[in-house]
Design a protein around this ligand. Structure first.
Ligand code: BGC
Length: 525
């Protein structure tokens, strides 16, 4: 039975989260800086790969008719260098989950930054492809720690009213990282020494150091301390993330609710990796259903085709007559950066579901237009302008909807006992599909290979339409709810009715017997 009416004193529900100061907002937003590390890391390789010095160091001699620099790598070396990072990130994300639960979210992010720096050191020193590949694998491993645990940390410390906007800042930071990577690559590309590529690689130390230092100064997630049974530390941490004194009643109310929810969930039992797949997919609040939503939303984010643009934009735009790779890269990365802040407002105003459904439909339309124009007339100037405009519109819709919303949703749908593992599985899914797409694209679109060219947009248009359907059926509306309320909402209503769900009682009231209602029977695994 679906329940959407308020049934208890609304004031006590509003009090569920303590008020927040401006400084506390800034502290939460700082964690988003991790996105710069992740974005720069995945973005620098495309400009570096085109540099003469890089090709000379890692490639082999070829006639200048094949490559004007006189050096090149094989397709498999190319695919390996690009994709190995995502492979490392995939494993890093998975391994980070038990560490985040055991040693804390903050410690895991700091450890990830140091592993990342070790990977950067190996890359800077690498004299051959195996060295470079190992360096990218290790750096990817560290970035995996950071990308999964950071979402966990941000979602747990952010005030609920701006949680979506704060996690969207993470996506904004990713886009800035990608743009910075193309700017640094442009600045060093004409150097006649290995500094051309070693400088862009080494700059990553800076991002890792800023992140590690910043996290060192920020408090640990109060929910982690609740999980560890350290309520004294939990109240201290909560007091810092809300900017309120430790004896504030509101702070204690919030802690009591987190604790009541955790006690309730713990009652159901510790959740192992296997347990993340329990409960039956039909059950709308089961672990497996949540893991399915989290991993599928990240897979669909990759199936939008966004990384076709970011990894292979140069080739695509060159084929329609734009020859300066820097201009191409700047156009796409700037549109990406400038469009993301739109989501800070819309994700809280219209919600995650609306952004995902309408965003996917809008992207699908743009992609079908690009594919149709490419098919009918790929050579005229008008057609080329039309392609550029619709590719940019497509990036606008990605950056303002699926880019941030996919990360926001995975931070919100998992209940505390499986949160670290659920987010890790979801982030790993992002990196898994990112890796697969990076490996297969050259083979399916390249001349002499699958030769799909711009027709590939028919594929992305279709996958985007399927993404809209997926969001409509499965993704619940989580805006404005505490993470504990999200759990109740998913228990009581289906995704399609979730926007209308209203808070009616708290975990504390429920578990202390203040509210008796058989319809709130839990159905976890
Ligand atoms: C995606 C990345 C993508 C980036 C583009 C992120 O949310 O996960 O794969 O490159 O957005 O801005």
């Amino acid at each position: 039975m679906e329940r959407i009416d308020a049934s208890v004193d609304p004031a006590s529900i509003v009090r569920l989260e303590a008020p927040v100061t401006f400084k506390a907002y800034l502290m939460c937003a700082f964690a988003a800086f991790a996105g710069v590390l992740f974005g720069y890391d995945s973005g620098y390789i495309s400009s570096v790969l085109a540099m003469r010095e890089f090709k000379k160091q890692y490639g082999h001699r070829v006639p200048t008719s094949v490559d004007k620099t006189g050096y090149d790598y094989t397709s498999s070396q190319h695919a390996l260098i690009v994709s190995i990072l995502s492979a490392g990130t995939f494993f890093g994300a998975l391994i980070s989950a038990p560490l985040a639960d055991r040693f804390g979210r903050r410690t895991t992010i700091i450890a990830g930054s140091f592993i990342f720096m070790a990977g950067v050191t190996i890359q800077v020193a690498a004299a051959d492809i195996p060295g470079l590949v190992i360096g990218r694998l290790v750096a990817g491993f560290g970035a995996g720690f950071v990308s999964a645990t950071n979402i966990l940390y941000m979602s747990e410390v952010a005030p609920r009213k701006v949680r979506g906007a704060i996690v969207s800042c993470y996506q904004f930071a990713i886009t800035i990282g990608i743009m910075l990577a193309s700017c640094v690559g442009y600045a060093t590309r004409t150097r006649m020494d290995t500094g051309a590529f070693r400088i862009p690689i080494a700059i990553q130390y800076l991002w890792a150091l800023i992140l590690a230092l910043g996290l060192f100064l920020l408090p640990e997630s109060p929910r982690y301390f609740v999980k560890k049974g350290r309520l004294d530390l939990a109240i201290q941490a909560l007091s810092r993330v809300r900017g309120q004194p430790e004896d504030s009643d509101r702070l204690h109310d919030e802690l009591a609710e987190i604790q009541a929810n955790y006690e309730y969930e713990k009652h159901i039992g510790q959740v192992s990796w296997l347990g993340c797949f329990g409960g039956g997919i039909q059950n709308r609040n089961s672990n497996i259903r949540k893991v399915f939503i989290g991993t599928a939303i990240q897979a669909f984010q990759q199936f939008t085709g966004i990384n076709f643009i970011f990894y292979y934009n140069t080739t695509f735009f060159q084929s329609i007559g734009l020859t300066d790779p820097f201009v191409i890269s700047i156009i796409t990365t700037v549109v990406n950066v400038c469009s993301t802040p739109v989501s800070f407002y819309t994700i809280e105003r219209y919600g995650r579901r609306a952004l995902l459904i309408y965003g996917a439909l809008a992207m699908s339309i743009c992609e079908f237009i690009v594919a149709a124009v490419w098919t009918s007339d790929a050579n005229s100037t008008t057609a080329n302008y039309c392609l550029i405009v619709f590719v940019c519109l497509y990036i606008f819709f990605f950056a303002s909807t699926w880019g941030p919303a996919a990360w926001v949703v995975i931070g919100e749908i998992f209940q505390l006992p499986i949160r670290a593992k659920g987010i890790a599985l979801s982030a790993a899914s992002n990196w898994f599909w990112n890796c697969i797409i990076a490996v297969i694209i050259p083979y399916i679109v390249g001349p002499g290979e699958g030769n799909l060219g711009g027709h590939v947009f028919f594929v992305w248009g279709t996958t985007c339409a399927i993404s809209a359907l997926f969001a409509y059926i499965f993704v619940p509306e989580t805006k404005g709810l505490t993470l504990e309320q999200v759990d109740k909402m998913m228990d009581e209503v289906s995704a399609r009715h979730s926007s209308k769900w209203r808070v009616h009682d708290t975990f504390l009231q429920e578990t202390s017997g203040a509210t008796q209602d058989s319809t709130t029977a839990k159905s976890h695994s």
